[in-house]
Write a protein that binds this ligand. Structure first.
Ligand code: B1M
Length: 214
């Protein structure tokens, strides 16, 4: 792997938040593929951070600073992902479910969806179904995207789909789900329309869901 990609990965793991923007700029200016910076450095670094947390080598405050460092890096990459497609391919509401504060994966998915020409309304983290219903009625999106990173918040996805069915809103929107603990069988079981393992799959899935609905 390129030295600069390793340096970016290391900066996230070791929480060098004052150095990350400069390193990512250097990589971009040197012609490194922005997708590679995300996949091979930034996401790869968070996997290492997760392992260190699981083995009690680091704790929540350190994990938080790594997350902040990663976000600073992502902001530098973001403008370089845009494809500048004119016409919107459809509207998507995205959020991390109630009780869950992890937003890095969701934000990467949003960046990729916007880059692919979708209009995305970001509902943030800790998204209650009540707040969601207000926005679904107001915006009437083609797709609702739900993210969860905790095994304890996965059931909130099922509850959200259940409440939308009760309110007569389920058939009006396609629902895709994702996040590290989620998989296809969980998505099938809770009645989602699709599951994306990563941002690239999420973009493909959104295209398929919207094409199928029109
Ligand atoms: Co937390 N955390 N965390 N954390 N955290 C995990 C998830 C954990 C696996 C760490 C570990 O133990 N190894 C563990 C969960 C264990 C479990 O559920 N069984 C955990 C825990 C326990 C916790 C706390 C409970 C810790 C505590 O307080 N004791 C706490 C919970 C807070 C809460 O949410 N209520 C907590 C807090 C935090 C921080 C706030 C410190 C921070 C989050 C900061 C932030 O997001 N703003 C944090 C972090 C950074 C992590 C790890 C290290 C990294 C997560 C991440 O950003 N990954 C994580 C360990 C790990 O994942 N390796 C961990 C990178 C990101 C790009 O990947 O989000 O999977 P991901 O997104 C991917 C795909 O999943 C997919 O595309 C993305 C791009 O490829 N995807 C979708 C995501 N959403 C999608 C939606 C789609 C489609 C695809 O369609 C809609």
């Amino acid at each position: 792997m390129d030295d600069i990609l390793l340096q970016i990965k290391d900066a996230v793991i070791t929480r060098k938040k004052n150095e990350i923007e400069g390193l990512v700029k250097t990589a971009i200016e040197g012609g490194t593929d922005p997708n590679s910076i995300i996949e091979d450095s930034l996401i790869a670094a968070m996997d290492v951070v997760g392992q260190k947390f699981a083995s009690s080598e680091i704790f929540v405050p350190e994990m938080l600073v790594s997350a902040l460092t990663m976000k600073l890096g992502l902001e530098v990459v973001k403008p370089h992902l845009k494809t500048g497609e004119g016409r919107s391919r459809g509207t998507i509401i995205m959020g991390t479910v109630h009780g869950d504060l992890h937003d890095i994966g969701k934000n990467i998915v949003i960046m990729m969806l916007e880059g692919a020409g979708f209009k995305v309304v970001d509902m943030g983290v800790d998204l209650t179904v009540e707040k969601l219903i207000e926005q679904l009625e107001a915006i009437q999106p083609d797709v609702l995207g739900l993210s969860a990173l905790l095994t304890t918040t996965m059931p909130e996805m099922e509850r959200t789909i259940h409440v939308l069915s009760e309110k007569g809103l389920r058939e009006k929107v396609k629902i895709m789900v994702g996040g590290a603990p989620v998989d296809q069988s969980f998505a099938d079981r809770i009645g989602a329309d699709g599951y994306g393992a990563d941002a690239t799959e999420a973009v493909q899935l959104a295209r398929q869901l919207i094409a199928g609905a029109r």
